[in-house]
Design a protein. Structure first.
Length: 158
C-alpha cells in the first residue's frame, strides 16, 4: 500500500486529532505518528522581540497546493511512510492560532520523526507563502531566514 497523502491550504482552523484519525484509518501497519503543529507567536523572531498582535498569510492558489503535494511525495519517497499530512492556513491569524500541521506516519518512529522534520524544513523554504506581522511599529512582511535555508539544506541529496 502506498503512502496516503493529504494536503490542505485553508483559511479555517484544523482539528489535529481528526487529521491523525484520517491518517490512520484502515491502516494497522502504522507504528508511529509524529506531528508538528505550529502556532502564531506573540513576539517577532527578530532579536528585538517586538510584540505581534496579528499575522496575515498570503499564498499563490494552485501553486501552493502543488508545492505541498510535491514536498509530501518527496518525504514518502525518502522514508517508509504510510501517510503524510500537510496543512497550512492563510488569511488573518492571531497569536495562539494554529498555522500549520505536518504529520508523518510510519511503521517505525525514527522514520516518522525524520520525515516530519523534513516536511517542516521544506515547507518553510519551498512553499509559496508570505507572512506579514503587525507590531506596535505597524505591519511588515517577514523576510526569509538563513536558518531556515540551512535547515532545509541538510536534506539535500548529494
Amino acid at each position: 500500500m502506498s503512502a496516503r497523502i493529504h494536503v490542505g491550504v485553508q483559511e479555517g482552523d484544523f482539528d489535529i486529532a481528526a487529521e491523525i484519525d484520517r491518517m490512520c484509518e484502515g491502516r494497522a501497519d502504522i507504528g508511529a505518528v509524529v506531528t508538528f503543529s505550529g502556532l502564531v507567536r506573540d513576539m517577532t523572531k527578530a532579536e528585538d522581540g517586538k510584540p505581534v498582535s496579528a499575522m496575515e498569510l498570503e499564498h499563490y492558489p494552485g501553486m501552493t497546493e502543488r508545492s505541498l503535494e510535491k514536498i509530501a511525495a518527496e518525504a514518502a519517497e525518502r522514508w517508509p511512510l504510510q501517510a503524510v499530512t500537510l496543512i497550512h492556513r492563510y488569511g488573518p491569524l492571531l497569536p495562539g492560532d494554529r498555522i500549520v500541521l505536518a504529520a508523518a506516519a510510519s511503521p517505525h518512529r525514527g522514520a516518522a520523526f525524520e520525515a516530519a522534520e523534513f516536511l517542516m524544513d521544506y515547507l518553510k523554504t519551498r512553499a509559496p507563502f508570505w507572512k506579514k506581522e503587525t507590531t506596535p511599529d505597524g505591519a511588515s512582511w517577514v523576510d526569509a531566514r538563513d536558518a531556515d535555508d540551512a535547515a532545509a539544506a541538510r536534506w539535500a541529496k548529494g
